[in-house]
Design a binder for this molecule. Structure first.
Ligand code: OOB
Length: 539
């Protein structure tokens, strides 16, 4: 019997049972977990954001209060809420307040704009949007007003900051201060419910939502925390965006909190800010994407900050070059851990007992003994050991299908439930994976994923553009940068003009092409698809 729900395919019942029996799934929701942590670690510091310091007891009480206020506002178990907050303590409080009610946060990235946020709202049928007033010179209230005009089901807008006279917008600060009465008929979620929706990097032109349950997401965070040897003395600096799965649960915020440690918020990702916080709060672990690594190495030569507390630097989200990897321990004085993860689930980490060679040249191995990994050729047959193939995976914290995406689910997963990652890997006898490439039509801009098809759709709408292809150009700093090849019926547009066009269409800036190339006609492969390799060859 398969535990199929209308909106997303869960794990087959007997497999789910085996994950419970093995102890991977513990039957506890995040609301229950937070209550338990408050009991165990009550007076310890859970969260630091600038001058704000919250103990576990305070985090628990504040989240409880906010849950009641959100319930009074009208949010109910099963509702979806798009959350777009930059790094700040309120993100963590809000997250727990929502999941405790069984309301599902849909994680939007701070850089997302009307196009992306609109898709998230449409796809999840969200009833609410929570955003900052302004951030990075962008007014999220204006965005929220446009979204409300477009989506009648978007009943509530909550703003962290000044509501600025927008009609009907609620202030998060006021909700946090509301002393609402206890909920009359509480309807708490169960651990097998969807707890949150993450956004997939995408390859099909429309963003896909990833349903993660309390059980599976807690497993992800806990196993990662165990491998990172986290405990009450651990202090985690959140540098990358908090809604990113890496920052959230690998082990990130949730892994550190379940270990009784402290989360320190970095409001901006600059090494100057990070170094100051590492020294001030005696940070022990943090996580970066590869483009930040050279900036940290450079800052180290210029800064007198005391980084002696830092034990572990995690790097992932895109391929870290072996050369850069080798510089981390000698120059920063801490251990490196490579992290190869995906919002869909599977997480690979290098281990403290791994040789320096494995740590510097591989992207780690799966965190759970029940993670199943196959490396296959184009026909789906396993390749001989050590050879390159596509990585397929299933396991206790890897989804069996996207949310409300039946069509995509038929091709994105094998009939026996493996997720097709689109990543090309080589597997070593030790089980470590080395990421060598990708077959999916995606550009990885230093960790930020760009769905080529999605951007091509926008480019094709530019007046005079007859055909468009987005490819990844090799780049020293970012690994890859998006470059658009266009077939034009006249004068080709400039990068600036394309940028302004995409901005007007509400497309996040990180997806805008850095360069434009023109071709008289698109080169085609034998089967008539655009030959992107040939286009990259033209660069
Ligand atoms: C993380 O998650 P997503 O969902 O943004 O992106 C997943 C994809 C992977 O399929 C792979 O193509 C790429 O990002 N990737 C890497 C990598 N880590 C991720 N490619 C090469 N080397 C690595 N170390 O990016 C993510 C999720 C959790 C933890 C860390 C990263």
């Amino acid at each position: 019997m398969s535990q199929v729900t209308v909106d997303w395919p869960g794990w087959p019942a007997e497999i789910a049972e085996s994950y419970r029996a093995a102890g991977w799934w513990r039957g506890e929701t995040f609301g229950q977990q937070l209550s338990g942590w408050a009991e165990h670690f009550g007076p310890r510091t859970a969260l630091i954001d600038g001058e704000v310091r919250m103990t576990y007891a305070e985090l628990d009480a504040t989240a409880h209060r906010l849950s009641r206020a959100l319930h009074k506002l009208g949010l109910r178990r099963g509702d979806r809420v798009v959350v777009q907050l930059p790094n700040r303590a309120e993100f963590v409080v809000l997250w727990f307040a929502l999941v405790r009610l069984g309301v599902v946060p849909v994680h939007a990235m701070p850089g997302h704009r009307r196009s992306e946020v609109g898709h998230l709202i449409a796809q999840s049928h969200a009833v609410a949007y929570v955003g900052p007033d302004r951030h990075a010179r962008f007014d999220h209230r204006q965005l929220a007003a446009e979204l409300q005009a477009t989506f009648p089901h978007l009943a509530y807008v909550v703003i962290d900051g000044e509501t600025g006279g927008w009609d009907g917008f609620r202030s998060l600060r006021e909700l946090l201060q509301t002393e609402a009465a206890p909920i009359d008929h509480p309807d708490p979620p169960t651990a097998s419910d969807m707890a949150l929706l993450l956004l997939s990097g995408g390859t099909t032109g429309t963003p896909k939502l990833i349903p993660r349950t309390h059980d599976d997401y807690a497993c992800n965070a806990r196993l990662a925390a165990e491998i990172c040897e986290l405990g009450p003395g651990s202090v985690y600096l959140a540098v990358l965006p908090m809604p990113f799965n890496f920052t959230m649960s690998c082990p990130g915020i949730l892994g550190v909190l379940q270990a009784g440690g402290t989360v320190v918020v970095a409001r901006d990702p600059s090494p100057t800010t990070a170094f100051r916080l590492i020294e001030r709060e005696r940070v022990t672990i943090t996580a970066l994407n590869p483009p930040l690594v050279p900036l940290w190495l450079q800052e180290r030569t210029e800064s007198a900050a005391d980084l002696s507390s830092l034990e572990l630097l995690q790097v992932g989200a895109a391929r870290l070059s072996d050369d850069l990897a080798r510089r981390i321990r000698p120059e920063l004085g801490c251990r490196l851990q490579q992290v190869f993860g995906m919002a869909e689930g599977l997480l690979n980490l290098t281990r403290s007992e791994d040789s320096e060679e494995l740590v510097c040249t591989t992207q780690g191995r799966p965190i759970c003994p029940d993670d199943e990994v196959l490396v296959v050729d184009e026909a789906g047959a396993e390749v001989p050991a050590g050879e390159v193939g596509e990585l397929l995976t299933r396991g206790p914290y890897t989804i069996r299908g996207y949310y409300r995406a039946e069509e995509v689910n038929r091709t994105g997963f094998t009939p026996d439930g493996y997720y097709r990652t689109g990543d090309q890997v080589r597997r070593l006898p030790s089980g470590h994976l080395s990421v060598v490439g990708r077959i999916k039509d995606q550009i990885n801009r230093g960790g930020e994923k760009i769905d080529a098809t999605e951007v091509e759709g926008h480019l094709a709408a530019y007046p005079g553009v007859l055909a468009a292809a987005l490819v990844g150009a090799p780049d020293r700093d970012l690994g890859e940068r998006p470059v658009a090849f266009l077939v034009c019926a006249g004068e080709p547009p400039t990068v600036r003009a394309i940028g302004a066009f995409l901005r007007d269409r509400g497309v996040a800036a990180y997806k805008h092409p850095d360069r434009i190339g023109t071709v008289p006609a698109m080169p085609l492969t034998a089967v008539g698809k655009i030959d992107k390799r040939a286009l990259v060859g033209l660069l």
